[in-house]
Write a protein that binds this ligand. Structure first.
Ligand SMILES: Nc1ncnc2c1ncn2[C@@H]1O[C@H](COP(=O)(O)OP(=O)(O)OP(=O)(O)O)[C@@H](O)[C@H]1O
Ligand SMILES: [Mg+2]
Ligand SMILES: [Zn+2]
Length: 508
């Protein structure tokens, strides 16, 4: 008998429909499976056989033929097991041949268990898009599938359970639809109220969050750079429903969603070590998996000890930072992952760490400092709109009784500033001040007359390059958005200029 079932294949973030055809012929016992790479075939056959025997079914005496179509698309992974199993059971007349259109996804384990696979959310999206009404996924992945509206999702833990359901003996209930919602996510353990003093650094962080600017923190060891950066996600706006789906989708493909954390509802904060490989950072592997920059999608990528990163590691960031997506080419195909993130980085001002610090005397020579800084290429440094000097907190501030402002209060101001930007840039394809294209800068960064004059003076005084000038304008725009002004004012200019310390102090 000839049977057909449906499944879904994945390459990168792309899901595509796969049909599984099964037929049993008279003849020598044999199991032929076409459409999968050699190694996958053997393993899949063994798993299907073991699952069948777990429910007391032996493979038929004849020849079994399984075909995964389309044949010309490379398929990989173990997620077709369940569909192969169902198809075979139909061909053997154990399951009904005629069933409404259903999609089966899952890896089979020993003794008929159904094990989790990667990319279930993306696969479910495709199934819904193609008008399919029912999808059967591993129980462990059921919650990531249940965020897709308009399709019945069943979580399966064993083939026995599935068969009883399919023959109508013991019906399973579909997983209820689960609306992605950021407000239900657990509160972060970190808060800006832990950070004492640091008024300037705090306002730098707030500005960066308000306009989506990349930020570089420079300061001596123990001054609180990591502490500040770790708290950046807590002042960013709550994730929207679309952002939750986008980011969770990347995590689904990376196999990082769990039953305990079926969705990413808080902005990710990724802090890769400086020894990370380029493919670990940007994504890679023979079947490309997302790298740190994609796991930071809609959140923060934090590079601590920036000067310790290898130059070529940092270079892979440049293009994705602009494009907000990363393309990985392999012989097996090209995968594209989203990577829209805020870049935060921290570094010491010099090899000994104490240049400019009131605590200790710096022991480095000018040349050593220069070499240290130039480890980070100019174009890379240029990606940071704000440079924040993080000075050690004086004792009086550290010991002050007053509790510093909390993340929730700062976030409210940030959200208001972001709303102004969203209104201003509606329909233009970008959302934040950091992303204003150069040719629209003058239109959107209009200044009050006296601010214009002040900007001109500062531009000359600080020997700014045209590019630095543009960065200053964008940051000033964010400062103006924080206090709700349509035109940039003098105070916004001086606010922005004070966060360009690096240019004048270290690069000359
Ligand atoms: N402003 C502050 N308020 C309260 N505690 C602080 C502050 N600054 C630093 N600390 C304390 O000092 C510790 C060290 O700070 P942190 O690790 O952020 O420094 P760092 O600048 O990243 O240092 P390094 O260059 O060595 O990485 C923090 O964990 C925190 O306990
Ligand atoms: Mg640190
Ligand atoms: Zn030094």
């Amino acid at each position: 008998m000839f049977a057909v079932t449906n499944s879904v294949g994945m390459f990168g973030m792309n899901a595509f429909p796969v049909t599984v055809e099964a037929e049993v012929f008279k003849g020598h016992p044999q199991f032929d499976l076409s459409g999968l790479p050699d190694i996958g075939i053997k393993e899949s056959r063994d798993r299907v056989r073991s699952a069948a025997s777990s429910v007391g079914i032996q493979f038929p005496k004849g020849r079994i033929l399984i075909n995964l179509a389309p044949a010309d698309v490379k398929k990989s992974g173990s997620s077709f097991d369940l569909a192969i199993f169902v198809s075979l059971m139909q061909a053997m007349d154990i399951l009904p041949l005629r069933m409404p259109e259903r999609i089966f996804i899952g890896e089979l384990g020993l003794h008929g268990t159904v094990r989790s696979v990667r990319g279930v959310m993306t696969m479910t999206m495709l199934a819904r898009k193609n008008g399919c009404r029912e999808i059967y996924v591993p129980k462990e992945n059921v919650r990531e599938a249940a965020v897709i509206e308009g399709i019945r999702v069943y979580g399966i833990s064993s083939v026995e359970e599935l068969m009883l359901h399919l023959v109508g003996q013991e019906l399973l209930s579909p997983e209820p639809y689960c609306q992605p919602d950021a407000s239900v996510s657990p509160a972060s353990m970190l808060d800006f109220s832990d950070v004492r003093g640091q008024f300037k650094a705090r306002s730098g962080m707030e500005l960066a969050a308000a306009g989506g600017h990349n930020i570089l923190l420079i300061g001596s060891p123990g001054s609180g750079k990591s502490m500040l950066a770790n708290r950046l996600p807590t002042i960013l706006p709550q994730m929207t429903k679309e952002e939750i789906l986008e980011t969770s989708n990347v995590y689904s493909v990376a196999g990082l969603l769990t039953p305990e954390r079926p969705l990413i509802t808080q902005r990710p904060f990724r802090s890769p070590h400086h020894t990370i490989s380029t493919s670990g950072l940007a994504g890679g592997g023979s079947i490309p998996t997302p790298g740190e920059i994609s796991l930071a999608h809609n959140g923060v990528l934090f590079l601590d000890e920036l000067a310790e990163f290898k130059r070529n590691t940092l270079e892979v960031l440049r293009q994705p930072l602009e494009a907000r997506k990363v393309v990985i080419s392999r012989v097996s195909g090209t995968a594209e992952y989203p990577c829209s993130f805020m870049l935060a980085a921290a570094m010491n001002p010099c090899p000994c760490g104490y240049s400019g610090s009131p605590l200790k005397k710096c022991t480095c020579t000018q040349k050593q400092i220069h070499n240290y800084i130039s480890r980070i290429s100019g174009p890379m440094l240029d990606r940071f709109d704000l440079h924040v000097d993080v000075d050690p907190v004086p004792y009086e501030e550290l010991a002050a009784q007053e509790k510093p402002e909390s993340s929730a209060v700062i976030r409210e101001r940030v959200e208001a500033a972001r709303k102004r930007q969203a209104r201003r840039y509606a329909g233009l394809g970008f959302y934040s001040n950091a992303a204003i294209p150069d040719h629209l800068l003058n239109e959107f960064c209009q200044m009050e007359h006296d601010a214009e004059i002040m900007f001109g003076k500062m531009y000359t005084y600080y020997h700014m390059s045209a590019r630095t000038g543009m960065r200053v304008k964008k940051v000033a725009r964010s400062a103006a958005d924080l206090h709700g002004s349509e035109k940039i004012q003098c105070e916004d200019i001086s606010m922005a200029v004070q966060f360009r310390g690096f240019d004048s102090k270290y690069l000359k």
